[in-house]
Design a protein around this ligand. Sequence first.
Ligand code: ADP
Ligand code: ASP
Ligand code: MG
Length: 420
Amino acid sequence: MSLIVQKFGGSSVADAESIKRVARRIVATKAQGHDVVVAVSAMGDTTDELIELARSVTESPDPREMDMLLTTGERISMALLAMAIKALGVDARSYTGSQAGMMTDSHHGAARIVDVSPDRLREALDEGAIAIVAGFQGFNRDSKDITTLGRGGSDTTAVALAAALNADVCEIYTDVDGVFTADPRVVSKAHKVDVVTFEEMLELAAAGAKVLHIRAVEYARRHGVTLHVRSSFADKEGTLVVATRGENMEEPIITGVAGDLSEGKITVVGVPDIPGKAAEIFTIVAGTGANIDMIVQNVSAAVSGLTDISFTLPKTDGDKTLAALREAQSTVGFADLAYDDNIGKLSVVGGGMRTNAGVSAQLFTALFEAGINMDMISTSEIRISVITRGEDLNRAVSAVHTAFGLDGEVEAIVYAGTGR
Ligand code: ADP
Ligand code: ASP
Ligand code: MG
């Protein structure tokens, strides 16, 4: 007998009918003789709606109260799912993150898991029940407060449970058939890949392919959890995330193309080109807790001895970072600050890039032929990212997908969801 952890995302449990459909699927797994633990997300776009509700009460909601509010979403779906399973004649019990032993640090809104003690889940399994766990939430022992793991964090809940319970597989059920060569909502000719490596999936997730939460991928890699991303709407094999491809499986040069509209760009204008200034600027930025991504320093103009430094960061970190820099303007001695919140980041990712020259040339040619201008460029061993105008991003992703020969024969299916 094996133990399977199944995670169902918001679009898979968007309404009562969907919850009943998911319940039947879970019961079918149990009927095959497996122990089943389920992690579930809030119904549909509930989390977004709760965030909007909070913002309509105050512009800057208190982080502790925000977590109290957002965790209610998953409590609704977990209880309804347990009820639906019981109605099918199978025992099921729902647990909040804290009841499931999901211990985190105290960082509201972005808590990290520090320990998982799933004693109550084991008890439920031993008694033949299905355990349903509220995704995306945990508990901090010191503050005794409820926390959330960050948007998309239910994937990480599932993987952490799979690791703690030594599950045979962690199945991530979603509204598409698996991991595709691009977001099927953007590129209709994207095709599903059967296998992707942890390394590639980490780069894709970091580049904006939200099909898996990046921390879930990191966690799975570290703990050797087998991940299977698949559709909750169809009975098909999805995508396996593995440590390495089989010996006979050739590494594709490009595994996928990702787009990201969540970042903005800050330019610090007229920075004195002397040692220590970049250190000063980025120490201030680090102090805000902002997660910076790409950095570009322009060549300084010989006459003035001044340079510009640009960097990208999540739009959600934009305001606080600008405020912190503005406050230090006279000490650092830069001339001005500019903020551009209409940028898009396109990334191509593939393990085979390491051993193939000319990928950058092909990428830049494809963008040039599509008439798309690039602003910044950054690379890792297996990824190249470029910044475009926000409105050009989707067109750029499609053009690059075609140029690298990734277009599939048939149209990709998107079963549900609003893509929020
Ligand atoms: P869930 O609610 O199940 O967690 P998400 O919305 O978080 O689902 O993630 C699934 C969505 O991720 C898909 O509907 C798709 O639009 C998007 N996506 C982005 N990039 C990719 C990709 N490369 N492969 C598959 N889906 C992708
Ligand atoms: N409900 C949370 C969110 O929308 C967590 C998740 O679905 O993974 O971000
Ligand atoms: Mg998700």
